[in-house]
Design a protein around this ligand. Structure first.
Ligand code: PTT
Ligand code: SF4
Length: 616
């Protein structure tokens, strides 16, 4: 039975479809099954991609789809509800890609009446898409091409008013750098696996949103009460004050203490100059604070960089553009970070690409002479990558591609999984985190399961079933719940906000009472469909795709308390097999038909079986 929304609470029930090539848009009411089965955000994104994207579509062709999706709480006055999922078939990995960005665009899109926007085609001219309630217009933006992300945001606000919300790409997205991302509000960035390049391939410089409507809510009084209690509770949590001071930057010291701070292209898990780039060093150059809409746990650290400009620092930026390239000067790291924001480059993949180039030069695989820790070399590479000049053109393709081109054994230390570069945790002595990278649904990113904080407190060297269970639990919460509700997870992760509050907020907004069993079933459905998407695109699966790079198995660390560590291949393999079994996937990593049917994906199983043999 198909349930079509007539009046609905929490959800607007509406998706905006824009064909950029034809300059036409349509608005559709979507069936209730989509809302109940996938809730929003990442759930909507993968279901829409599965249904609407022709398998085998080239990611940078007009036929690829770019999806912006919110959840039923997005844009409502509840804690940390200003997030937006941006998803597409990734040009970096060839599989499912997404990111979550904190932006007023999330709020305005929902107020304009849309839960999601699906973009297809390629605009004839370089353009900006303006969504102003039900007015949808493609505006010529030839004069904006080449501008940095903050310049274009300023320009748009001048033209459309200060309340217009903007997400944009920088020159890196225009030049189709495979890890170009999408930026908003000067330092919020999302869509690591090349969502900015997909936008660039569509000739789209920016999306501008303005909405004046009210988001429908089941019980406004209950929502207000629940939200204000939650806001208050956040401020009462013991770590609140320190979190506001340092945000994610405190993780630098934590990673160093636990030997997981990536150093010199993930050779080591400690960096001698960690203190100089840590949270307390950051406080000395901090000039302000910035955050996402509706958040009272504001965590964006504004610092003055080595040029005197303002840059917004988070842990990953500093781990990857500092320790991983052996640069121990925080003001200079902040400059590289600001350049990445302005150019629209993902800092994590960028730090990997620079680290990879430094190592390749050291091993004489390149003509260029580059020095570990050299700010000048790093700065030049950042520019050259964004504009695809010289060595930058190779690095713009990501380290998987660069290593295949360079050869010389470099694929053993090209630090990625499925083509997406690894984020800021060295895993020589953290097998659970290695598995988190191996099984992340977008390639190596910590978002879905930051198991490492639990792992280092327990038996960090074990390859136990308990770790696999913990990993799946985290994926259900972080990669599931928070990505389909499309709320920031940090109040729960970092401050310890009670998870039980989220189903209560969902109930007040939608009238839908879902326990964790049901919510985790939605998460499992989404994970299964994402895996099916990868399998369909790759025309099969090889378990090697779920392995981290050889470096962690083969090259022991030489420094710090964990020196001499490597991962054990056999131990990793047995955890991976257990992971597949727990998820109801075959030993080859393909979802079983029975699993897909149990999760309500019988039609999708049928479709998948046209491309691969799926086991019962
Ligand atoms: C995320 C990834 C991260 S994860 C960081 S720092 W982190 C890097 N930030 C970048 C940046 O900045 N500039 C830039 N040019 N590239 C960057 N790439 C890197 O992108 C981010 C926060 C953070 S800070 C984290 S952990 C949490 N992530 C969340 C998430 O994924 N989902 C969710 N529901 N809530 C989250 N809350 C937190 O949001 P990607 P943001 Mg980002 C300068 O999107 O693609 O997943 O990459 O969104 O608004 O900047 O907030 O230590
Ligand atoms: Fe944004 Fe930080 Fe608040 Fe999360 S905690 S919503 S990342 S400001």
């Amino acid at each position: 039975m198909e349930i079509v929304f007539t009046s609905m609470n929490g959800w607007t029930g509406t998706i905006l479809y824009v064909d950029l090539g034809k300059g036409k848009s349509t608005v559709d009411r979507y069936p209730g099954e989509l809302a109940y089965g996938f809730i929003g955000g990442r759930g909507f994104a993968v279901k829409l991609l599965w249904d609407l994207l022709k398998p085998g579509t080239s990611p940078l062709s007009p036929e690829n789809l770019l999806i912006l999706a919110a959840g039923p709480l997005t844009g409502l006055p509840v804690p940390s509800s200003g997030k937006l999922v941006i998803a597409s078939k990734s040009p970096l990995t060839g599989g499912y890609g997404d990111g979550s960005i904190g932006t007023h665009a999330a709020v305005q899109m929902r107020r304009a009446g849309y839960d999601a926007i699906v973009l297809k085609g390629r605009a004839e001219n370089r353009s900006i898409l303006v969504v102003d309630d039900d007015r949808v217009e493609l505006v010529d933006a030839e004069d904006c091409w080449g501008l940095s992300t903050s310049e274009v945001e300023r320009r748009v606000k001048k033209d459309y008013g200060g309340d217009a919300a903007v997400v944009s790409i920088g020159p890196a997205g225009e030049n189709l750098v495979k890890y170009a991302n999408v930026v908003s509000q000067g330092g919020r960035a999302g869509g690591r696996p090349g969502m900015g390049a997909v936008m660039g391939s569509k000739n789209l410089k920016a999306l501008v949103f303005r909405g004046s409507g009210e988001i429908p809510v089941a019980d406004r009084h209950a929502l207000k009460k629940e939200a204000s209690e939650t806001y208050r509770r956040i401020t009462e949590l013991p770590n609140y004050g320190f979190w506001r001071r340092q945000g994610t930057m405190a993780t630098v010291e934590w990673s160093q203490e636990n030997s997981v701070l990536p150093c010199m292209n993930f050779r080591e898990g400690v960096f001698e100059e960690a203190e100089a780039i840590g949270g307390f060093a950051m406080e000395k150059i901090k000039v302000g604070q910035r955050g996402c809409p509706y958040c009272n746990a504001t965590c964006g650290n504004l610092v003055e960089d080595s040029t005197g400009s303002v840059s917004e620092l988070d842990y990953e930026n500093v781990a990857m553009l500092g320790a991983n390239i052996a640069l121990g000067d925080l003001e200079k790291v902040a400059t590289l970070n600001r350049m990445a924001d302005e150019l629209g480059l993902d800092t994590i993949s960028l730090g990997n690409a620079i680290g990879f180039a430094f190592e390749a030069s050291e091993r004489r695989l390149l003509d260029e002479r580059l020095e570990w820790g050299s700010f000048e070399d790093a700065k030049t590479l950042v520019e050259n990558i964004a504009y695809r000049r010289g060595l930058g053109a190779l690095l713009a393709e990501g380290v998987r591609y660069a290593s295949l081109k360079l050869g010389g054994g470099s694929e053993r230390w090209a630090m990625h999984v499925k083509g997406l570069e690894i984020s800021g945790y060295d895993c020589h002595s953290a097998p659970g985190m290695a598995l988190a990278y191996g099984t992340s649904p977008i390639g190596a990113h910590h978002k879905d399961a930051w198991i490492i904080s639990w792992e280092v407190k327990t038996d960090r060297r074990s390859y136990s079933g308990e770790k696999v269970d913990k990993l799946i639990e985290l994926q259900r919460i972080r990669g599931g719940l928070f990505e389909f509700l499309t709320l920031c997870r940090l109040p729960w992760v970092e401050l310890g906000l009670e998870l039980e509050r989220y189903p209560r907020l969902l109930y007040a907004a939608t009238g839908l009472r879902l326990g964790f069993d049901k919510l985790f079933e939605v998460a499992d459905r989404i994970y299964c469909l994402i895996r099916a998407f990868w399998v369909r695109e790759y025309g099969g699966w090889s378990i090697e795709l779920d392995y981290p790079p050889d470096r962690w198995f083969e090259e022991p660390t030489r420094k710090g308390p964990c020196r001499g560590s490597t991962l054990d291949r056999e131990g990793y393999g047995s955890m991976l097999q257990l992971y597949y079994a727990r998820r109801g996937w075959s030993p080859q990593g393909i979802p079983r038909r029975s699993t897909m049917e149990r999760l309500g994906l019988a039609n999708e199983a049928e479709e998948l079986s046209r491309y691969v043999n799926i086991p019962d």
